[in-house]
Write a protein that binds this ligand. Structure first.
Ligand code: ADP
Length: 258
């Protein structure tokens, strides 16, 4: 159980990396990977050098979201991350055949995550953003025990269903002694393109209330926007595809808040 294992100290920091930030969620499908990618790109726009590590072992999305394929090279016994839009990226997706289900037990997952953190050449980064699998499990534990994590960002939608699990995810990071930077409210609202009125499809002000209850910050809200979904499916994230759009502005503000 996390509480017991949390006492094992994380080993040395990753050489040449400023901050390690985990992007996590309680549930799948709330937009965690989408936020991780666009947040990474927004941080880069703000002048930082950023890497993106996908440890969502059972559902690696970064290759699709970034339109990236190929096998990472090995140089001087280090794995060289692939590059997309200036980001350095590593994902299990690069090492798998399409459609192959991954059936691994915890120790294998732990081993792969250790390798991704220790054997990949991440040197020269201000931020390494880690896209976690949803929930509370082996990957979270493996990350916490392998490197010092500077902070966790929890992504949720305003729906009660997502929020209940987000709270659980947040508590787990606290148990692992990882600082929770705050909560991102994704799919926060929808602006109707015909009438310009705002609709709070998944609920209103629920995340703000929950953040207060959990003694953390609401870092910002990202609207439900067709351009976000389209950018993800086409492998051209909205921060790149539509740099002047309101949703890109929301991601830039989010990057400022971190
Ligand atoms: P998770 O990593 O939490 O499983 P994803 O990032 O894969 O979620 O997103 C799930 C789906 O929702 C994707 O199709 C993505 O394009 C879409 N999506 C995520 N955030 C938004 C948003 N703000 N507006 C529109 N679509 C979104």
């Amino acid at each position: 159980p996390p509480a017991q294992s949390a006492s094992i100290p994380a080993s040395a920091p990753i050489e040449g990396v400023g901050k390690v930030i985990a992007v996590a969620s309680g549930k799948g499908g709330v937009g965690k990977s989408t936020v991780a990618v666009n947040l990474a790109l927004a941080l880069q726009k703000n002048g930082f050098r950023v890497g993106l590590l996908d440890v969502d072992i059972y559902g690696p999305s970064l290759p699709t979201l970034l339109g990236l394929a190929g096998r990472p090279a090995v140089r001087e016994r280090r794995i060289v991350p692939l590059e997309a839009d200036g980001l350095r990226v590593m994902s299990l997706g690069f090492l798998m055949e399409d459609d192959t289900p991954v059936i691994w037990r915890g120790p294998i997952v732990t081993g792969i995550i250790r390798q991704f953190l220790r054997d990949v050449d991440w040197s020269g980064l201000d931020y390494l953003i880690v896209d976690m699998p949803p929930g509370t499990g082996d990957a979270q534990l493996a990350l916490a025990q392998t490197v010092p994590v500077d902070g966790a960002v929890i992504v949720t939608t305003p729906s009660d269903l997502a929020l209940i699990d987000a709270a659980r995810g947040l508590q787990m990071f606290k148990t692992l002694n990882i600082d929770v930077i705050g909560i991102v409210e994704n799919m926060s609202y929808f602006v109707c393109p015909s009438c310009q009125s705002t609709h709070h499809i998944f609920g209103k002000e629920t995340v703000e209330a929950e953040a207060k209850r959990l003694e953390t910050k609401l870092l910002g809200g990202i609207p439900l926007d067709m351009a976000v979904r389209k950018g993800g499916d086409e492998g051209r994230p909205v921060v790149i595809a539509e740099p002047e759009s309101p949703v890109t502005k929301a991601f830039l503000e989010l990057a400022e808040a971190i």
